[in-house]
Design a protein around this ligand. Structure first.
Ligand code: 5GP
Ligand code: ZN
Length: 187
């Protein structure tokens, strides 16, 4: 374990924390700077900096613990919802370089409630979406889907096309105001 890792120190007991859950793979304790009452960090016991450093079986164990903690924190804080956030790398806002998941109780009377509060929606051209999807598939090792396959899958996912709700015109206009021009060439 790195000498200067705060979460490893909480794990070995040399720094105190309000622990709420523990199993052989994970530990959970309250965040010292809670964004809401019940804000809990679920931490992998093995020191790994980010998700890229985790084994696949560890990601499963971590999310099992997140589910337990999320259900309990929602009930304990009498929350209306739960946000689950996980930052990897400085660019993503990670401050403590030891894998952890934020479980944050959320309330109907707070706002803005969703991802738009931390990142603006970006307007991306369809061909840019295609290029970034191809790059992600190539990185995972999934072959490109043909347009015909994509249409078949879309039909499978949404069999009842008639019932699809279009956003109300006003909502759509609001969303457009929030768009930021963005090109894959910027990457
Ligand atoms: P990150 O930005 O890395 O995703 O989040 C790190 C979190 O760890 C922050 O929300 C911060 O408040 C919390 N934190 C930092 N130091 C300590 C500490 O010593 N004890 C506890 N309980 N939480 C900490
Ligand atoms: Zn650590």
């Amino acid at each position: 374990m790195p000498e200067d890792c705060i979460f490893c120190k909480i794990l070995d007991g040399s720094i105190p924390a309000k622990r709420v859950y523990e199993d052989d793979a994970t530990i959970a304790f309250l965040d010292i700077n809670p964004r809401n009452p019940g804000h809990t960090l679920v931490v992998l016991k093995r020191h790994a900096e980010a998700i890229a450093d985790m084994r696949v079986d560890e990601t499963g164990r971590l999310f099992e613990a997140v589910k337990k903690v999320a259900d309990a924190a929602k009930e304990a804080a009498r929350a209306d919802g739960i946000s689950i956030c996980q930052n990897n790398g400085k660019a993503a806002g990670q401050v403590v370089a030891h894998v952890h998941v934020h479980v944050i109780p959320r309330f109907n009377n707070e706002g803005p409630p969703s991802m738009e509060s931390i990142l603006q929606v970006k307007k991306l051209a369809d061909q840019d979406l295609g290029r970034i999807a191809d790059a992600i598939r190539a990185s995972i090792g999934v072959e490109s889907y043909s347009p015909r396959e994509e249409m078949r899958m879309a039909r499978k996912e949404k069999p009842e096309k008639k019932e699809e709700k279009k956003p109300a015109k006003e909502e759509k206009e609001d969303l457009d105001d929030d768009f930021e021009e963005f090109s894959v060439d910027d990457l």
